[in-house]
Design a protein around this ligand. Sequence first.
Ligand code: SAH
Length: 373
Amino acid sequence: MSNEPNNVVPPTQPTETPVTPPALAAATGQGLYVLEHNRDSLRQWFEQQGLQPFRADQVLKWVYQKVVSDINKMTDLSKDLRDALRGRMEVFRSQIARQSRANDGVIKLLLAFPEDAQVECVMIPQEDRRTACLSTQAGCAIGCVFCASGMQGLQRNLTSGEIVEQLLRLQVALGRDKRMTHVVIMGMGEPLANFDATIDAIYTINEKWGFGLGARHITVSTVGIPKRIRELADHNLQLNLAISLHAPTDALRKQLVPWAEQFTIKEIFEAAKYYFDITGREITLEYVMLAGINDHMTQANQLSKIARTLRCSVNLIPFNPVEGLEYKRPSVDQVYAFQEVLRQAGVRTKVRKSRGVAADAACGQLRRRAAPE
Ligand code: SAH
C-alpha cells in the first residue's frame, strides 16, 4: 500500500506453475482435522484417544510455530505415537491446484478443498511486511458488479480449519525463515456471512497456542452487515475493520453492491460506530475506483463527509481489470485528484498499489482461469 497514486503499476508477467497434486493421504478428508480445533478441544481428543493431552501442545507447536504438516517429521513425538497418529489425524486437507509467483514477490495459491471448493489465497510482500490475504468462502453470494469472485455465486462456506490452512500453506510457500507479519481477510467471500468459522479462524491465528499473530495485525474486510459488525465488536479483539463502501450514496451503492441494498450507509455506520466505541480501533473504508462511475470530485466530497463522521481512513483501490467486465480503472491523475479532495478535507487516504495484478490477484481471477466456464 502506498500514499502515492503513481504506484498504480502496470502488470508484469507472472510465472505460473501448475502443480501436479501430490498423492497425499492428507487430502482425503480422513481423520481429525487439526486446524479445526482449538487447544482445549485438541487436548480433549488426545485424551479420548488414550493419549496424554500435553502431546496436543507438542503437535500445535509443530503445526503453527514450525509449520510442519508431516506427522513423521514431528521428531519429539515417539515413533509409536507418530504411528498411532498417522491416519487418525491430518494437518492439511487441500491440494495446491495451482500456484503463481510474480516478479514483485507476490505468491498466489489456488487450493482445492474437498467437495469441490476451490479458493485463492495470496501473500503480498512489502518492505518488512508479509501479508497473507485469506478467503472465507468458495465463491461469494454478494455479487459486487466489478468482482470476479461472485460471478459464479457461492459454492460453500469454508470451515475455520480451511481458512487457517490458507495461512499455513502460504507460510510454507514463503519459507520457514520469514514469518507472515499480517493477515487480511479480504480474499474470496464475505467473512461476516460465514461468521462462526471466520471468528474461530481468527482466534487460531491470534492465540499463543496457534499462529500467535497480534490482533492489530489482522484485518477483516466486509461489505457491511450491521448485526455482524456488532457481534464482531462484542468479541472485543483489537482487529482492524475495513468496510467496502465503494459509493458515497445509497443510490449508487445499490448499483455497485446490489445485495447490500437491504442496509443503508447510515445503518452500516451506526454499527461501525459501535465497533469503534467498543474496540477503539479506527475503521478503514475501501473504495474501488471505477472510471466515470464513482471517481468524480463531487463523490470525493461526499465520501470525505461520510469518512469524517467516524474519523475513518480511506483506501482507494483502482479497479483491477476482470475478464468479461467493461469497467475501467481511472487515470493516475484522476485517482490523485480524488485523493487530494479527501486529503484537503482532512481524511487520511492511501491508494492501494496494484500488487499481485501480476499474479492475477484481483479477486477470484486465478480460480476463473483454472476453471473456464
Ligand atoms: N466481501 C469482503 C471481502 C472480499 S473483497 C468485502 O466486500 O470487503 C476484498 C476487497 O477487494 C473489497 O474491497 C472488494 O471490493 C475488492 N475488489 C473486488 N474486486 C475487485 C476488483 N476487480 N478490483 C479492485 N478491487 C476489487
